[in-house]
Design a protein around this ligand. Structure first.
Ligand code: BGC
Length: 385
């Protein structure tokens, strides 16, 4: 296969504020932890204080993009009151990336909501889109000179699905379909309003959304193709059709593919998910329907013993190369995650990191697979055959 990665393809990894920073107590997840409904996050990796050290490692591993999220509860701890200290912290973080020539990608909301918002209805509030857009515009105005790429929302369908239907995450709704639709609708509106508000003042910033993309495909019986089509519509396209016009780029998070009619049994990650990195090709094809530049904003595996992570990354890279060969405008890849972190309702046990965290001492140990990824980066994706 002759396709190669574009010369300016970006390689790196991702984290999210609540999962790594530590010390965030005024959000819905921290409140739920106090009620014993989810594991306590506490100091997590204390990335809030150790970010320089962590970025040194990322630099050493050859990364030239890094996706972070900023914490809404830190930046707007009370409705309408914005915290300059929090902004200064994130300015320092972005500066630290730039100093290391690592391109920042900033996600404005990655699952955790300030308690003033969650306790007054959260995404079900009538004014949720307006409040979210105001927060996004504030951040863009204050950080937009240090980062060019922003995503409004990480995985709207996941956070709403688990939060309103499966009862496992805040706000702990069980089969609350009407609330779910209301929240999802407001998220789509919130994204669109944020996009327009930011663009009015800062037209040059690149604003997108990050979509968890389960690739549904089919083999055998034609009925399976219909099933796959319906699922892709339900999971990806109904939502994306509402926001894609307000996207300069789209982030693809890939963890699972469902092949209807496939009876094979695959090995599993520590999350119990199929090890199926090649499926990212199908996920990218789904998102390419919108003809916007795509970044893989997350793809990775929980693998505490680091047995299959290197192969997982190699297979992901091969599948991304195939997608580029088919004409998909794929511009970067952020492995999930730079370091082990708080895996939501699973706590700290699942380990996705290129860097292993010792949660007792907070020591960082680079896993062998991280060096395999480094070699791949150095060859710009050419050495994966
Ligand atoms: C989320 C991450 C999470 C990862 C692994 C993604 O859905 O954005 O926060 O840690 O999956 O479960």
């Amino acid at each position: 296969m002759s396709t190669t990665f574009p010369k300016d393809f970006l390689w790196g990894s991702a984290t999210a504020s609540y999962q790594v920073e530590g010390g965030i107590e005024n959000c819905d997840w921290a409140a739920a932890a106090r009620e014993g409904k989810v594991p306590v996050c506490g100091r997590a990796c204390n990335h809030y204080e150790h970010y320089e050290q962590d970025f040194d490692i990322a630099k050493d591993l050859g990364h030239n993009i890094h996706r972070i999220s900023v914490e809404w509860a830190r930046i707007e701890p009370e409705e309408g009151n914005f915290n300059q200290e929090a902004i200064q912290h994130y300015r320092d973080v972005l500066q630290a990336l730039r100093t290391r020539e690592i391109e920042p990608s900033v996600t404005l909301w990655h699952f955790t909501l300030p308690t003033w918002f969650s306790e007054t209805g959260g995404w079900e509030r009538n004014d949720a889109p307006k409040l979210f857009a105001r927060y996004c515009a504030y951040v863009a105005e204050n950080l937009g000179d240090l980062a060019n790429q922003f995503a409004t929302i990480n995985e709207p369908m996941v956070v709403a699905g688990i939060g309103y239907i499966r009862n496992d995450w805040p706000p702990f709704g069980k089969k609350a379909y009407l609330r779910y639709f209301r929240a999802i609708t407001n998220m789509a509106r919130g994204h669109n309003q944020a996009y327009r508000t930011i663009k009015e003042k800062q037209p040059k910033l690149s604003i997108g959304i990050v979509k968890h993309t389960v690739a549904y495909t089919a083999v055998g019986n034609p009925l399976n193709r219909i099933k796959a089509w319906v699922m892709n519509m339900g999971w990806t396209h109904i939502f994306m059709s509402r926001v894609h016009k307000q996207c300069d780029w789209i982030g693809c998070n890939y963890y699972n593919r469902k092949v209807f009619g496939d009876t094979r049994t695959l090995d599993k990650t520590d999350m119990g998910w199929n090890i199926d990195p090649e499926g990212i090709y199908d996920a990218l094809k789904e998102l390419w329907k919108y003809k916007k530049p795509i970044y893989v904003a997350e793809a990775g595996c929980a693998d505490a013993t680091d047995r299959f992570r290197a192969d997982y990354i190699r297979d992901t890279v091969r599948a991304m190369r195939r997608a580029i060969g088919d004409g998909i405008d794929l511009r970067g890849y952020c492995y999930w995650s730079l370091m082990d972190n708080y895996e939501w309702a699973e706590g700290f046990e699942k380990r996705f990191g290129l860097i292993e965290i010792d949660y007792d001492t907070l020591e960082r140990h680079v896993r062998p697979s991280a060096y395999v990824y480094k070699d791949i980066i150095e060859s710009n994706g050419a050495n994966v055959d």
